[in-house]
Design a protein around this ligand. Structure first.
Ligand SMILES: C[S@@+](CC[C@H](N)C(=O)[O-])C[C@H]1O[C@@H](n2cnc3c(N)ncnc32)[C@H](O)[C@@H]1O
Length: 327
């Protein structure tokens, strides 16, 4: 359902900072940064900053020269995403995990690629003491958010979440990581690694990362569908054909992974204790088997914390990115 009143949207992390709504940049030495009330009546909440973690984040970005190029979907392509993606089965799996970790329901969350805010609204309804930020780079989808006193919107690209202050108990990536498509396949995987790695620095001490993703396992070679689908959807020359065959992301590309590949990527991004739940396997049409090598397909919930929260000392992103070469 669309709402006529468009909620206030901070146009970027930098803009929200300028407007005094939030101080998302890693501020060394400041104890707290605040989200102050925005025009639409959005409420304020304080996010504790973690100077040491921020210093490490700056160092990590510098050490990798991290600058990400991510392709953008058009508004026509984004239009299709204003829908409910979380099935009742997936929702139950997630709520079980959240309740186990946060039995009191007091939590601050960041929904990266949260679009029209349906998921955030559902969480805010289920957890009356929760506060949340929806971050998306689509103004079209953000503008469809229902105003909510405990919800804040930021128009920004996922690859820039490192600019935000931390203190989130949950950072969600619901079907957004496969959209962080770069120039080629390798760059796309690196974008995912870096973005999830940056999310690790945003977590509170008890913080967790929660990821819903499509999982494509190959008939014989586990991650072959990932490469085939990426090639087909990112190819310019055949984009009209691929679009007609039903791929909404034709020309831009999409980078799904097998279960093992998702786990490896998340591990390399610094996620520890990755738990996995999945919904029922979907029927695979024969052309997908024949041409895309898809053996089985389902949605998975990857859930874990960060090695930073587990105090593993010698973690270096540069090292993990080097190891991508081996894949
Ligand atoms: C498949 S939809 C999922 C929407 C929502 N998370 C859900 O589960 O219903 C992908 C979302 O990711 C957003 N998105 C894609 N690339 C992004 C990027 N680089 N930064 C931020 N958001 C992005 C899109 O605008 C869209 O809202």
């Amino acid at each position: 359902m669309r709402h006529r009143t468009s909620p206030y949207i901070a146009k970027s992390v930098a803009h929200s900072k300028q407007a005094g709504m939030m101080n998302p940049a890693p501020t060394l030495g400041s104890r707290r940064s605040t989200v102050t009330p925005a025009q639409s009546g959005l409420s304020s909440f304080a996010i504790p900053s973690r100077p040491l973690i921020c210093a490490m984040a700056c160092w990590a970005s510098m050490s990798t020269g991290a600058s990400m190029a991510v392709k953008r979907l058009s508004d026509a392509q984004l239009e299709a995403f204003d829908t409910e993606h979380v099935s009742p089965a997936l929702w139950d799996m997630l709520v079980r995990r959240i309740d186990a970790q946060f039995p009191h329901g007091r939590l601050r969350f960041l929904d990266v690629g949260g679009g029209s805010g349906r998921f955030a609204d559902r969480l805010l309804a289920r957890y009356p003491h929760a506060h949340g930020v929806v971050l998306d780079n689509s103004r079209l989808l953000l503008a469809r958010n229902k105003p909510h006193a405990r919800k804040f919107l930021i128009e920004e690209s996922a690859e820039n979440i490192g600019l935000l202050d931390g203190g989130y108990d949950l950072v969600f990536f619901n079907w957004v990581l496969h959209h962080l498509v770069g120039f080629d396949y390798r760059e796309s995987v690196e974008n995912v690694v870096r973005t999830v790695h940056d999310a690790a620095y945003l977590l509170s001490d008890r913080g967790h990362i929660s990821i819903f993703e499509n999982v494509y396992d190959g008939l014989l070679v586990a991650n072959a569908p990932s490469h085939i689908i990426f090639r087909l959807t990112s190819a310019n020359a055949i984009a009209p054909l691929i679009h007609r065959l039903g791929a909404n992301t034709a020309r831009i590309g999409v980078c799904f992974q097998s279960k093992r590949a998702w786990e490896r990527i998340l591990h390399e991004a610094g996620m520890a204790t990755v738990g996995f739940d999945e919904d029922e396997h979907k029927p695979v049409p024969w052309p997908w088997k024949a041409f895309l090598h898809v053996g089985n397909l389902r949605c998975g919930l990857f859930w874990g914390t960060s090695v930073l929260n587990q105090s593993l000392p010698k973690y270096r992103l540069a090292t993990t990115l080097d190891s991508l070469e081996r894949h």
